[in-house]
Design a protein around this ligand. Structure first.
Ligand code: NI
Length: 269
């Protein structure tokens, strides 16, 4: 184990503990699989941000890069006005880090002004630290601002309300002995009473695309705003089944059309 790995594992563990506070389903689901399996691998952690220079993907990624993560690939989501990049670590025991950002300039001046007013409150030196990505909301926001953002972009309102916290963790289904495919895993979770994201079908992606994904729907949690509180979607748990490429190694990338639907796991509807 390298020094990087030890440092990163400590932060990833802290991220997991923070994530549990926003994801009522995560602990019971993890426990269910933990009882049935020897080893559960975390495929990737997802983070969300705004693309203003201070909080850009590259700035959020930088503390991970400093600990050995490397840029792997990027994806565009034109309908949702998002860009995403993912990063991998040479130590394959560490999860991939998938970071998306809202392309703010594609929204109205009103939306841009709200987001600018939030990001202005961020301390740039904090962004450069590894614990920033689970430090919570670094700005004040009112319910009115939240509602304005939510009407135009569920993603914008999620970032505005929660700030910098892991959006989801992901069980690598290949690491499970209890469930070998997503259909049986999804059935199992539904029978246990969990609600899954059905946007685009329960299973996103195909064997031909080398990646199949499903996820829970984020449960609502109560969040405090400057002028009151409101129950809004928290975070979700994702499940990924990867298929081997021609060289025999499991595909490590993502599928934009699937991720587009997975983003809707934090939808209000
Ligand atoms: Ni994901």
């Amino acid at each position: 184990m390298t020094n990087n790995t030890a440092i990163l594992q400590e932060h990833i563990n802290n991220m997991w503990l923070d994530y549990l506070n926003l994801t009522p389903d995560a602990k019971p689901i993890h426990k269910l699989f933990d009882e049935l399996n020897d080893n559960i691998i975390n495929d990737h952690i997802a983070l969300r941000t705004f693309n203003l220079s201070k909080t850009s993907i590259d700035n959020i990624a930088n503390p991970f890069i400093q600990q050995g993560y490397q840029y792997a690939d990027s994806y565009e989501f034109p309908q949702k006005k998002l860009l995403a990049k993912y990063f991998i670590h040479p130590d394959s025991s560490l999860p991939k880090v998938f970071i998306s950002e809202l392309i703010t300039e594609e929204f109205s001046q009103e939306i841009q002004d709200i987001i600018t007013s939030l990001v202005e409150q961020v301390d740039a030196t904090e962004v450069s630290k590894l614990n920033f990505c689970y430090s919570g909301r670094p700005w004040d926001i009112s319910l009115k601002q939240y509602d304005i953002l939510n009407a135009k972009s569920e993603y914008a309102s999620w970032v505005a309300a929660h700030g910098y916290r892991p959006n989801h963790f992901t069980i690598l289904v290949n690491s499970l002995t209890s469930h070998k495919n997503l259909a049986s895993l999804n059935d199992f979770l539904i029978k246990q009473g969990f609600t899954l994201n059905s946007s685009g079908g329960l299973i996103k992606g195909t064997k031909d695309q080398l990646l199949e994904q499903s996820s829970t729907n984020a449960k609502k949690i109560r969040v405090q705003f400057t002028d009151g509180d409101k129950e809004i979607p928290g975070c979700y748990y994702e499940f990924a089944l990867r298929y081997p490429q021609n060289n025999g190694d499991l595909y490590q990338g993502f599928v934009a059309s699937s991720a587009d639907k997975i983003f809707e796991s934090t939808s209000n509807n």
